[in-house]
Ligand binder design. Structure first.
Ligand code: AQP
Length: 327
């Protein structure tokens, strides 16, 4: 019997931060432990071009992200790893799906509006991003899409694309299911009303930050009024965010952390959080320093994965072309 397929990607728009790790990559690692699942993880390089960028830096950002994925434990023996733009069929699938999605739906995407507000160009690429994401998912007939809560609206659009295509041209795609970690959405350290995001570097804790930088950033994270260390996302969103990060990285319930810090000041609590992060991230940073030395090998691992991914996407594209009446 065919195994259920899991697909998810990371956009090389800068260094990975804690939100990317906790919202997405941690789930990839859990999925790849399950031998009953076929995993596909990719570098979403076409998606990265929807934001302002420097072409001379893009290649290095992609290599860094490949090294990040492998250093965090994503295993090419257990998952198919590839670069999105290596699979030309995905862009073709995207074109066919564009005809079953309305323009109004794209214009209503929160991320489109947020990115434009942040100063990104309102390009057709940025507007059409969710259709390409639907193609990333449907080209592999994925059943599950592990992503951060911030991607929920895009996954819903991919589900609509699957349903609409099936309705118009006959049963073709399973309707994919988004897998979200308990609604986990890590917030920016300098403004808890915004998500931690590569495009807002001031509020980011990067996986590659040195111990000194991590401590400095955590110490200067905004906090809320009052002195008590309690989880109260309504009234103390900044502290709730720090407690969430603490809990996720230490694998301990928030209640226990609150108890430990019943009599702590914010300063003491923040230092304890910095200790946890420094400890957890140092192994990853060491592994990455070794892995990134052999760039040729990194490219090879992803090229081999691309060959496998391409064969599957080509099969889907062929089926879609037949069903839509093309040659
Ligand atoms: N703050 C977050 N909390 C939880 N999950 C998050 N993700 C991103 N930010 C958070 C999840 O990380 C995965 C990879 O994201 P991406 O690189 O494809 O792009 P993104 O979601 O747009 O991430 P950024 O950091 O906000 O990048 P920019 O600023 O370039 O747009 C996704 O599964 C995402 O949900």
């Amino acid at each position: 019997m065919k195994k259920p397929i899991v697909v998810s990607g990371l956009k090389p728009t800068g260094k990975l931060h804690l939100g990317n790790y906790l919202g997405a990559i941690k789930q990839y690692i859990d999925f790849q432990k399950d031998p009953k699942i076929d995993n596909f993880f990719f570098i979403a390089d076409y998606h990265a071009l929807t934001q302002k960028y420097n072409a001379s830096e893009k290649y290095d950002e992609i290599i860094e992200m490949i090294a990040d994925m492998l250093s965090l434990g994503i295993d090419p023996e257990k998952a198919t790893l590839y670069i999105q733009s290596d699979i030309l069929e995905i862009a073709n699938v995207s074109w066919l799906l564009g005809n079953v999605i309305s323009a109004g739906q794209l214009q209503n995407m929160i991320e489109f509006r947020e990115k434009v507000e942040q100063g990104q160009p309102a390009s057709c690429g940025l507007l059409n991003y969710p259709i390409l994401m639907a193609a990333d998912i449907l080209a592999f007939k994925a059943s599950f899409v592990p992503v951060g809560e911030d991607q929920r609206q895009h996954v819903e659009l991919a589900r609509d694309a699957a349903r609409n295509f099936n309705k118009r041209f006959g049963e073709t795609f399973p309707v994919p299911q988004g897998i979200y970690v308990k609604g986990l959405r890590i917030k920016s350290l300098d403004d808890p009303s915004k998500k931690m995001s590569k495009s807002l570097p001031k509020g980011c804790l990067y996986l590659s930050d040195t111990p000194e930088t991590l401590r400095k950033k955590v110490r200067s994270a905004v906090t809320d009024s009052g002195t008590e260390i309690v989880y109260d996302p309504e009234n103390k969103p900044a502290l709730a965010n720090l407690l969430t990060i603490y809990s996720e990285f230490s694998n301990r319930p928030i209640k226990d952390i609150e108890k430990d810090h019943k009599n702590s000041s914010y300063a003491v609590f923040k230092d304890a959080l910095a200790d946890v992060l420094i400890d957890e991230l140092s192994d990853f940073q060491e592994r990455k320093a070794g892995i990134i030395k052999d760039k040729e090998n990194l490219r090879k691992i992803f090229s081999e994965g691309s060959d496998k991914a391409r064969a599957i996407a080509a099969g889907t594209l062929k089926e879609m072309k037949q069903k839509t009446g093309l040659f």
